[in-house]
Design a protein around this ligand. Structure first.
Ligand code: BGP
Length: 475
């Protein structure tokens, strides 16, 4: 019993949060590069402060990030030492298509990923590739407004085609978009959307979401055509929405919040717009404009598996009983009095992972993959430079136990687990370096200082044991 044989243990990163080297190898500029650190970050992420280039006043953590661009051999060697069976990485769109609309790809960018994938192969690490982890080329934001335009579908598919063909022998597991539902909460980050004063934001967001959903379905089609062995997943930011109380109004609000999230997966995994969303969008007059073939495309190209990030559950109250707000993965929710909170105010709820796994599996009956989970925390090296991150071990252990229970006792079909930010990287929401998730420490600080040296935290050895025993030894 326990985790099935072949369960895929590993770690996850995103190009824009770890690579750096954004002006190298012929790479172009993307939305993810121009999200500054500091107080303006959230307005930029939400599309309310237009920033399509870098300025002198701000600092941009993606420029160097943790320099995986130059350290990938060392990093993959460390992943292998930990025993990774899978490494989830993303491909920077603008390394391949610097402006987004070129006919031909940038060979230097392809070479970089080929080398990286070869390195994975050398150690028998299976790559799980996120085609788009929040990237949107600035060139396309300028020319067509990002995903608000249908034109994005063809640019995205050209990008997919190149990856699927060139890496046909290297990659079998693909994710079309990272946290596709993030478009509703951080639309510049999720879809390159910038809003002008007075624009109908909800309408634009759902129109852009529709374009991404069609693009995702067409990518599934392409992936299956190019290699019938390919397994393609969707990816959403999960975390069940709990009602704040048993007051029916709270329960209703929680249900609606859950639907808003599941809408994306409903389309990607079931193949059609769920009735609750169709009705809601039509009633608000914001049902997306569609081409006649869209519904068929969605229906015929559902994903093979469902992946998600899980950091926390959410607690939802009716607007007339609004309670104290809590933080958490760019979603708003109220404070759950039964939970403890991370240093960044994110709730810690391991049982919530079991609840989410059950909820998602009940709903879709497709294999699941937890592709992000972890604790963002401050790590203080001791006098000998060691990091005793027992708090991280404790977080991961409890979540792995919850996963184990979901598999063993509830019968959830789970393919694998990739811990988020297995190597320290830049935080997506805050742009900070000091919010660390890794089992590998990177000497890089928020003021830009640091040697980029890598070192093993206590959690490194712990996770190594977890993987070696297929999740049996967790102490
Ligand atoms: C998810 C993203 C990741 C990652 C993670 C942790 O939303 O897919 O890119 O960053 O959250 O969040 P943060 O970095 O904000 O702590």
């Amino acid at each position: 019993m326990g985790f099935p044989k072949g369960f895929m243990w590993g770690g996850a990163t995103a190009a824009n949060q770890c690579e750096g080297g954004i002006f190298e190898g012929g790479r172009g500029l993307a939305n993810v590069d121009v999200c500054p650190a500091g107080t303006d970050r959230s307005a930029v992420l939400s599309g309310h402060k237009k920033m399509l280039a870098m300025d002198e006043e701000h600092s941009y953590p993606a420029v160097c990030a943790v320099d995986l661009y130059h350290h990938f051999k060392e990093d993959i060697r460390l992943f292998a030492e930990m025993g990774f069976l899978v490494y989830r990485l993303s491909i920077s769109w603008t390394r391949i298509f610097p402006n987004g609309d070129e006919e031909l790809p940038n060979e230097e960018g392809l070479r970089f990923y080929k080398e990286l994938l070869t390195e994975c192969k050398k150690y028998g690490i299976e790559p799980l590739v996120t085609i788009c982890h929040f990237d949107c080329p600035i060139g396309l934001i300028k020319s067509c407004g990002g995903w608000r335009s249908r034109e994005m579908i063809s640019h995205y598919l050209r990008f997919c085609k190149v990856l699927l063909e060139r890496f046909k022998d290297d990659v079998k597991y693909w994710l079309t978009f990272n946290e596709i539902n993030m478009i509703l909460h951080a639309p510049f980050l999720g879809a390159g959307l910038v809003f002008e004063e007075g624009e109908a934001e909800e309408q634009i967001k759902y129109q852009a979401a529709h374009h991404e959903l069609v693009a995702s379905a067409l990518a599934v089609k392409l992936a299956h055509e190019i290699n019938p062995e390919n397994k393609v997943g969707c990816m959403f930011a999960a975390g069940s929405a709990y009602p704040y109380s048993c007051r029916p109004q709270d329960v209703w609000e929680a249900l609606k919040t859950g639907q808003e999230n599941y809408f994306f997966v409903d389309v990607q995994a079931r193949g059609y717009y769920p009735s609750y969303m169709e009705k809601r969008l039509k009633a608000q007059g914001i049902y997306p404009v569609m081409e006649p073939e869209d519904l068929q495309v969605l229906q015929q190209n559902v994903v093979d598996f469902i992946s998600f990030s899980y950091y926390n559950s959410r607690c939802i109250a009716a607007p007339d009983s609004m309670k104290e707000e809590a933080e958490g993965n760019l979603f708003r929710s109220v404070k759950n009095p039964y939970l403890t909170y991370s240093e960044w105010g994110w709730p810690i709820d391991p049982l919530g992972l079991r609840i989410t796994l059950n909820e998602v599996y009940d709903r879709y009956q497709k294999p699941l993959f937890v592709v992000e989970n972890g604790l963002g925390a401050l790590d203080q090296p001791d006098s000998e430079g060691r990091i005793e991150d027992d708090y991280r071990i404790d977080y991961l252990r409890k979540h792995i136990l919850a996963m184990k229970a979901a598999v063993e006792e509830d019968g959830v079909d789970l393919m694998g687990y990739t811990a988020w930010g297995c190597i320290d990287l830049v935080s997506a929401s805050s742009g900070e370096m000091k919010k660390r998730y890794g089992m590998i420490y990177v000497d890089k600080q928020d003021d830009g200082s640091g040697t980029y040296a890598r070192s093993r935290k206590k959690s490194f050895g712990w996770y190594q044991k977890v993987i070696a025993t297929n999740g049996e030894v967790l102490d």
